[in-house]
Design a protein around this ligand. Sequence first.
Ligand code: FE2
Length: 296
Amino acid sequence: MSALVHRLGYIALNVRDMDAAVRDAEGIAGVRLVKSSPDRTLLTSNQRHAELIYYRSSADEVRSIGLEANDAACVAEVARRVRQRGLRILSETPSLDVISNSVTFATSEGHIFEVHTPMPLDQPVRYMCGGIHPRCIDHVNLTSSDPKTITEELVDVLGMKLSERSTGYELNWLRAGDNRHHTVGLVKGKPGLHHYSWEFSDFSDFKRLGDMLDADDRCLVWGPGRHGAGDNLFTYYVDTGGFLVECTAEMELMPLTAEARVVEVGENLSNPKVVNRWGAPPPQAWIHHHSAFMKL
Ligand SMILES: [Fe+2]
């Protein structure tokens, strides 16, 4: 059976400093303001109505991760499976008025997902911006104290496919219906978000990103390099809210029927064939990065 979710829909973050967060998203990542109110700002990098959503809050934390379902019937099926699995439904009211149907639920470790009908394509294709300008929001990588169980929950409830995992399930990569190697990754650690990712069009964007961060007296956290798992180009930086942002390109596509690969990541992620085929291992700041989800 095909996956009930097609792709990453959006990432919603609670931020203490809304103005700084929006300035950073526009000026570094190069996304575009769609709509703002005192408490919420919607941004996008393409025709989709919203890909990055900031909520004014007293803490920098993850509010929810949107996953785009094929249609309302898929949303209803996800809701049925969430109940069957014994997981908690938080809401069946869409978080945005442009979304027709959704269900928001929490995994057994408190990761919050809103599975929603497709985001309207009502924004301009091209726009002026001072940042890099991604192609789209791409994937998230979550941290979990029991990544094997959370992987099983997402496979069961969302129909996602396991693309690749480490021998002891310490790292897991799940694909959605668009067949990208991963839309949700899971790595062992304190439950939360490790990073979210923008897809860029070209490797020259990575050079511009490094130079723009340098001009702002900031640095890349890791990369550029090429991950073995997913075969994607990567580099990472931390935004003003303390969230780790990956910039990626050239993610591998996997056939719907492909079996999961099992890989050995090595002690402290030391196997370059899985972690970074170009050689440089991840720094401690990358390995230990963590953002919490909003408390339920
Ligand atoms: Fe990633």
